[in-house]
Structures are given as C-alpha cells and as structure tokens.
Write a protein that binds this ligand. Structure first.
Ligand SMILES: Cc1ncc(COP(=O)(O)O)c(C=O)c1O
Length: 413
C-alpha cells in the first residue's frame, strides 16, 4: 500500500519537481484545477509590468512595431507548434476557442461545399457545449441544410460517419470524463469516408502529447489558459496545416487576416499562410502573457509531462479507491492509459457539496454536471505528496460527512 513517505520519495526523484518553483502557488492550497485555469507562472507578473509600464506606457503606439505586438499571434504560434506536432507557420494564438472553432468549422464546410451530398457534421452529445453551440449557430445561420449528428459514445463514431459527412468535429480529451480519443484512428475513419476532421485540443495542449500531422488532423483549435498557463481568458489558438491553407476561407475576414492590412483597400484579400486565420486587433496584454507559460514548457518535454501525468492520475485513482472505498464514488475516467487525459473525474451523489467542502479546505478542483468532481493534474506543478494530501482531505470530508448539501451554488462551478 502506498504511503505518504512513498509519495515524498517520488517527489525527491521527480525530474520535473524543480519547475514548480516557476509558479506562484499560494501556501496552503493544493491546486487540482489546472485543467480549467492554469496556475500563474511567476514571470507573468514581470511580463505584465513590462507590457503595461514600458511597452504601452512609455513606447505607446510604437510598440506595434518595436515590441513586436503585431507579429505576436504568429510568434506565439511558432512557440506552441512543437507541443502539438505542428510545423512553423501553421498556428496562430488569437481570439477564443469558440471563435476559432467557428472559423475552422466554417472553412471546413466551405472546403466540402461542392459536394451537395455532404451536409452532416458529426460530433458528440457530450462534447463541450460551446463546440456544439457554435456549430448550431453556424449551420442555422448558413441555412443550407446542414445537420448535426450527435453520437452518445466514442464507440458510435464508425457508424456515424458516412458519405453524407462533411466534417467530424471532436474534442481530443473530453472535458468531463477525461476520455482521450485515438486521434490517428478517428482521423483515418473520417478520411475513409471523404470527411474532414476538426479537433478541439482544449484539454490536450500541454497536457498530453499531440502530433497533429501524424494524427491525420485537418484543422485544430485549442485553449491556452488551461495546461498552457496563459492566464484567465488568454487568447486561444488555431492550426491550419500548410496543405489546407490555400483553400482555407473563413468568414470572419477582418483586417488582420488581410494580405496587406495597412494598404486599407476596400476589398478583402486573404493573407498568404496562417495569417488568414486572424480577424482583428488582439488583447495584447493578455496575449503577451501566453509566452510565460510556453517558456516553462520549453524547459521539459511532452514525453516527460505525460509520464508524470499518468503516474499522478494512477496514484490518485489508486488512493481514492483504497482510502475512500466506503463511499459512493464512481470513477468516470478511463483506466486505460491510452484513453486518459490529465484529469480524473469521480461521481458522488453530492458531488457539488463535496467539492465545495474540498475547496473550503484548500483542495481546489471543480464540479461539472451531473454529479462529477473533476481533479486536474498539471505535472509542471503538482507533486505526489499533493495527491496524497488531497485524498486524505477527501477521505476525512466523506468519513465525517462534512459537507453541506444545501450549499448555494456559485455561478461558476
Ligand atoms: C473542449 C473545450 N472547448 C472550448 C472551451 C471554452 O472555449 P472558450 O475559451 O471560447 O470559452 C472549453 C472550456 O473549458 C473546452 O473544454
């Protein structure tokens, strides 16, 4: 049976342990919510001060050129590319995941539009709601007979894709269950039937190794405020591989996606390359901070992050099942490593109340309907001893029924 001392020994041998020092984590907190909002890299404060005090305050508008503000979406895309198996010139950090999804889905439908028989978008009912909502909004607005086919489990995917399918739109790691798709297999399935595949990497980028090229992806979007530690509401990313760039036409054709933005021409001409995925002026203060999280990632490798993520999630599952066995907890996350992301979800009939009690005791995870407690493990700053201590606090709360089932719900759970 694993003990706390075993956990401390593993921390002492952990090759990533020193990276925790690059994050400003408050004392007395065990932070298991990096799958929702990553912790703050210490360097983000210095960078924010530099952007606000010097670049904005002193250099003013000159910073668009002198501080490289205008090129920032592309420069950050270049830093992000190796983490997701993208090539240089294929990623920009910009806008939100929802907005990028709209652009990518619209462009994918446009690439398939010549085939009037392809009017179906296949996705999952359990996909993150914004993905479904954006697809609903786009198809309703297009009014060209597109429909959404919602599958209820990954096993239904093969039967759901056919000659009528324009686009398969999947989230690589499910936000609720932590289920991870086999990207290569799902992409191959889509291509067998002539469909394109669009991946949402919100819970994958920086959390699990991703190789978009080897995985056969056509388009991808993702988020930087979770495992990439970019900051609350930090701009997201969009990936368009070189082979699709010439045919990538997205409807949010703002001036930053123009071939010559400062020519101020009255007609839209898309830029060559990935810049055509841009729309308009970016929130530079927020965008600039994304670099701080990426810098930490560049000090290690996705292979090392994945090895520790699996060790942490295995440990958490083992300890919860052993030490909280008397309680009605149900593991939702796959046990198979190949199908697991970097968070673990357990159901409990009073999941919201138990999570509220955990947070009150300094163990920060979150809650998702129905009855799911999510615990995120960020190998850059989560230790094995954190896992032990979090499970002990959970056990204590459950043993003593120290939670309030009438607790008022916050707007954000
Ligand atoms: C899979 C997925 N897509 C999208 C989002 C959020 O998109 P946005 O940043 O546009 O709110 C999330 C947020 O958790 C998510 O899990």
């Amino acid at each position: 049976m694993t003990t706390r001392n075993h956990c401390l020994e593993r921390d002492a041998q952990d090759p990533l342990a020193s990276l925790r020092d690059q994050f400003d984590l408050p004392a007395g907190i065990i932070y298991l919510d990096g799958n929702s909002l990553g912790a703050r890299p210490k360097s983000a404060l210095t960078r924010a001060q530099q952007v606000i005090a010097q670049e904005w305050g002193k250099d003013l508008i000159r910073s668009w050129n002198a501080a490289g503000w205008f090129e920032l979406p592309k420069r950050l895309g270049k830093l992000l590319a190796p983490l997701i198996g993208a090539a240089d010139g294929e990623v920009v950090v910009t806008d939100t995941t929802s907005v990028n999804l709209f652009k990518a889905l619209a462009a994918a439908l446009d690439m398939q539009a010549a085939d009037a028989g392809r009017r179906v978008i296949v996705t999952e009912r359990s996909n993150f709601p914004t993905d479904i909502y954006m697809a609903q909004g786009l198809t309703t607005w297009l009014d060209r007979g597109y429909t959404l086919r919602l599958i209820d489990s990954p096993e239904e995917l093969p039967a759901a894709i056919g000659a009528d399918t324009a686009v398969v739109m999947l989230t690589h790691v499910n936000y609720r269950t932590g289920y991870q798709y086999d990207m290569q297999a799902a992409s191959a399935l889509a291509h067998e039937h002539g469909a394109l595949i669009l991946w949402d990497l919100a819970h994958s980028a920086g959390a699990v190794p991703v190789d978009l090229h080897a995985g056969g992806a056509d388009l991808a979007v993702g988020c930087t405020y979770k495992y990439l530690n970019g900051g609350p509401g930090a701009p997201a990313f969009i990936w368009v591989p070189k082979k699709h760039q010439p045919h990538f036409h997205q409807p949010l054709s703002g001036w930053w996606g123009h071939a010559a933005p400062f020519a101020m021409a009255p007609d839209f001409q898309p830029a060559e390359g990935i810049a055509r995925a841009l729309c308009g002026t970016q929130p530079i203060v927020s965008l600039a901070l994304v670099e701080c999280g990426l810098d930490v990632h560049h000090q290690t490798s996705m292979a090392a992050i994945r090895a520790k993520s699996l060790a942490l999630t295995d440990l958490f599952i083992e300890l919860v099942e052993a030490r909280c066995a008397a309680h009605p907890l149900g593991l939702v996350t796959p046990r198979a490593h190949a199908n697991r992301g970097s968070h673990v979800s357990f159901t409990h009939p009073h999941g919201y109340a138990v999570m509220a009690a955990l947070i009150a005791r300094g163990v920060i995870g979150d809650y998702r309907e129905p009855a799911i407690m999510r615990f995120g493990f960020t190998p850059l700053y989560t230790s094995y001893a954190d896992v032990w201590d979090a499970v002990e606090i959970l056990r204590d709360i459950l043993d003593r029924k120290d939670y309030n089932i009438d607790a008022k719900r916050d707007a954000v759970t």
